[in-house]
Design a protein around this ligand. Structure first.
Ligand SMILES: [Zn+2]
Length: 314
């Protein structure tokens, strides 16, 4: 990846996660007594933002927690920023947002925020969603409770007592090229004309390189080699980590082997510049893979060349 590029969107949070201090006692209470604690409310999968003017993430104080049906005891420590501790809190479904505020989905919101704010809201959302879907032990079925400031859940049955950790699902995403063309596919529910890079979840017992080759073959019938790491992106919808690769195709005839894609095709740089396909949303690592492939060969800016043909994606 071009070393001058900023990290992929959602990959930066501007916060010290303080992983080594989560289990320590006392220091959070001290921060509370000094008024150095803020909370980011999350309702379901949506983050609270102020919507008068450009959307801005909202941080509430301890005194506001009751208004949102939340408590400090249930809050999840995200980390420290400018000497202030940041927590995420889950808000019950029936709570309505205050005037000029709304609970917003991150897909539509992320590109309107600063990089650090977008990454921080993604982190908060991922943690709240994980707690909501892991209330019961997956080994014995007993109820679990949050420990380590929300970074683990402990099974309540004493002869089980297994500790569950926040889930991250690795997925590979790959730009496969052959000469001046790259391999893009589309899923049936995407906006008309939209094409993107090939992606899929890594399976147990599989290396990332093997997952790249398998996914490309299953979705397009193309055999690929030389998988090389590009960059990564947290994709908390709800818990993926996208691992970006480039690879080279050794054949050209496309066949939609597993039926997951509606179509796949070879797309040239000219096709991209002319708007023959709609490219992935600019917030995604898929766009970064396409952009870097395009720009490496033509030495021109993809956004400038193709921007007039592309539309924002919701
Ligand atoms: Zn258990």
């Amino acid at each position: 990846m071009n070393g001058l590029r900023p990290p992929n969107l959602l990959a930066s949070i501007g916060v010290d996660r303080l992983g080594h201090r989560r289990a320590e006692a006392g220091w959070v209470r001290q921060a509370l007594s000094e008024g150095r604690v803020d909370y980011l409310p999350v309702q379901g999968s949506r983050n609270l933002v102020r919507v008068a003017g450009a959307p801005q993430p909202v941080r509430i104080g301890p005194a506001d927690l009751a208004r949102f049906g939340a408590s400090h005891e249930q809050a999840i420590l995200l980390g420290m920023q400018d000497q202030r501790l940041l927590f995420a809190v889950a808000v019950e479904d029936q709570i309505t947002a205050p005037a000029d505020h709304a609970f917003y989905g991150l897909r539509g919101l992320a590109q309107q925020l600063s990089r650090d704010d977008a990454g921080l809201l993604a982190y908060a959302r991922a943690m709240v969603l994980w707690h909501a879907s892991h209330r019961f032990c997956s080994r014995c079925g007993s109820t679990t409770r949050a420990v380590d400031r929300g970074h683990a859940r402990l099974c309540g049955r004493t002869d089980c007592s297994i500790r569950h950790f926040p889930r991250v699902d690795p997925a590979v995403i790959v730009l496969v090229s052959r000469g001046d063309r790259c391999l893009l596919g589309r899923q049936p529910d995407w906006p008309e004309g939209r094409y993107s890079t090939i992606a899929g979840f890594v399976e147990p017992g599989e290396s990332l390189e093997d997952a790249v080759m398998r996914e490309v073959y299953e979705e397009t019938g193309i055999r690929s080699v030389d998988a090389r790491y590009h960059s990564s992106q947290p994709w908390p919808f709800p818990s993926s980590l996208m691992l970006g690769y480039t690879a080279s195709a050794v054949d050209e005839e496309i066949s939609l082997v597993d039926g997951e894609l509606e179509d796949a095709r070879w797309v040239s740089r000219d096709d991209m510049a002319s708007g023959a396909v709609l490219l992935p949303t600019p917030m995604s690592i898929a766009y970064a893979l396409v952009r870097d492939w395009y720009e490496a060969a033509v030495g021109r800016d993809l956004e400038r060349d193709a921007g007039g043909h592309q539309q924002p994606w919701r």
